[in-house]
Ligand binder design. Structure first.
Ligand SMILES: C[S@@+](CC[C@H](N)C(=O)[O-])C[C@H]1O[C@@H](n2cnc3c(N)ncnc32)[C@H](O)[C@@H]1O
Length: 298
């Protein structure tokens, strides 16, 4: 994998030198763990390994695919939809491994001297993310009818937008990303989608007509209140960012859903339906599934 070659040459996915400021060093350690663990989706790793920081011990004894299949079995959900969507996802997004997103993000952050922790890059694993959508559909009564609006709040190269679109017939799917380079990557993948969607099997007529919108902008300056399912990969978001998310999240309609990673939406207006630890590309993280309560608490 290109990212791994780069990693061995530079001593880290982002080539961090030893004299980097401590705060950035910690962030880059997390990114290196993400880069190194990237292939776990299809590679079985048994036992335990230590990330390069030496601080985190990661335990693996099954692939993400095996873990997700086991969970679907437990929930008595067929893996047909997820497997079929996974194949299409690979055809659309497979040419853009997470190492590309990381490199693009890193360059822009370095060029523009952006040091916010919330800009640290990482990507979903398709199957883990898709499992959350299957749970919303089968356990919590969401996604029962075609339609609705999906938004990824901080969409990176756009993979969750495509994953959501392939797992449910949304009317619109939206990705909001502040970094220009990542936004452009998502537009590249969108072009691949439009070019290939009629040649790839398994895509429904409705899905092929889903309106895709990638917005280059700040999640706090874009109105996404009409989303029926929102997602935030918030592993690197700090308390301040999570607290700022409350205002736009609370504007979503009662009954809508929100998936977040590592941190819950810190609002009384959102009920946490469940939280479960899942293996991610960077180790394991908690996936929260929330639903907007009917009555706004003030
Ligand atoms: C961990 S990445 C997740 C990318 C993608 N959602 C995924 O899970 O594959 C978080 C993304 O949020 C973006 N981000 C952070 N703060 C943002 C803001 N205020 N507005 C828009 N995007 C933001 C970062 O640049 C980064 O691409």
């Amino acid at each position: 994998m290109a990212g791994d070659e780069e990693e061995s040459k530079t001593g880290g996915a982002e080539g961090v030198e030893d004299d980097t400021a401590p705060k950035m060093k910690e962030l880059h350690m997390r990114e290196r763990a993400i880069a190194r663990a990237e292939d776990l989706q299809e590679t079985k790793v048994e036992g335990k390994m230590r990330d390069r920081s030496g601080l985190t011990e990661l335990h693996f004894n099954e692939t993400i695919q095996q873990a997700v299949n086991k969970k679907l079995d437990e929930l008595e959900i067929s893996n047909g939809r997820l497997n079929s969507a996974a194949k299409i996802f690979k055809k659309i997004c497979g040419h853009y491994p997470a190492a590309i997103g990381k490199a693009v993000s890193k360059k822009e952050r370095q060029d523009d001297a952006l040091e916010e922790q919330s800009l640290v890059y990482g990507e979903i694993q398709f199957r883990t993310f898709a499992l959350a959508l299957e749970k919303i559909r089968h356990k919590y009564g969401g996604l029962s009818e075609p339609g609705g609006i999906f938004v990824d709040v901080g969409s990176g190269s756009g993979k969750p937008v495509f994953a959501a679109m392939l797992m449910h017939e949304f009317d619109r799917v939206i990705g909001i990303e502040i970094l220009t380079g990542l936004h452009e990557l998502s537009r590249d993948m969108e072009a691949i989608w439009h070019e290939r969607k009629h040649k790839i099997g398994g895509i429904t007529e409705k899905m092929s007509k889903t309106q895709i919108e990638f917005i280059r902008g700040d999640i706090f300056n874009v109105d996404w209140s009409d989303a029926t399912l929102a997602f935030v990969n918030s592993t690197c978001f700090d308390d301040e960012m999570m607290n700022r998310l409350v205002e736009p999240a609370d504007k979503m309609k009662p009954g809508s859903f929100f998936i977040s990673f590592t941190r819950r939406i810190p609002s009384e207006n959102w009920q946490v339906l469940e939280y479960e630890r899942h293996l991610m590309s960077w180790g394991d993280a908690t996936v929260f599934i929330h639903q907007r309560k009917a009555d706004l608490q003030t």
